[in-house]
Design a protein around this ligand. Structure first.
Ligand SMILES: O=C[C@H](O)[C@H](O)COP(=O)(O)O
Length: 159
């Protein structure tokens, strides 16, 4: 079995944590590929949606399996990523929420706040998050399906 392909991205508020997590992911035997959408360092002041949307689109396009996005709070990255069709993204700064984001909500994108969470806790959460998978035969699947159904029924949504 091949490993997971992970996209990472951050703005300058999240780049230090993003780079730390990218190193961790590259060293993880469960990960086969890490694609870094930037920014490379704090001198690059591109706005978070420019980075997060590109990484989320890579997941939506099947070029990556999951993404880890970091900004100051994680909130802007989550809002941005959720605008990409088929993407379910959330901020999760605790172990249980990160677990449930995958097991309950089939989220492919984990967003973290570089100004909120310390690197050691973030590394622990990301390491755990890699180990979770969504069970499409679970009771959660039909709940998630309502989101997909709404999304695909655009522009008016389901009635
Ligand atoms: O959600 C947005 C992020 O936290 C970003 O890094 C900082 O955004 P701001 O500069 O608009 O506060």
């Amino acid at each position: 079995m091949t490993g997971m392909r992970i996209a990472v991205a951050a703005d300058n508020a999240g780049v230090a944590l993003k780079n730390t997590l990218a190193d961790q992911l590259r060293a993880d035997e469960r990960v086969s590929d890490v694609t870094d959408f930037g920014v490379p360092d704090e001198s690059d002041d591109r706005a978070y949606p420019l980075l997060g949307l590109a990484a989320a689109q890579a997941v939506a396009d099947g070029e990556a399996d999951r993404a880890v996005l970091v900004c100051g709070t994680g909130i802007g990255m989550a809002i941005s990523a959720n605008k990409v069709e088929g993407i379910r993204a959330t901020v999760a700064h605790d172990s249980y929420s990160a677990e449930r984001s995958v097991r309950s909500n089939d989220c492919q994108v984990l967003c973290l706040g570089g100004r909120v969470i310390g690197p050691e806790l973030a590394k622990k959460i990301v390491g755990e998050w890699l180990g979770y998978s969504f069970d499409p035969s679970s009771a959660s699947a039909e709940k998630v399906a309502h989101i997909t159904e709404f999304e695909q029924a655009a522009p008016g949504g389901v009635g």
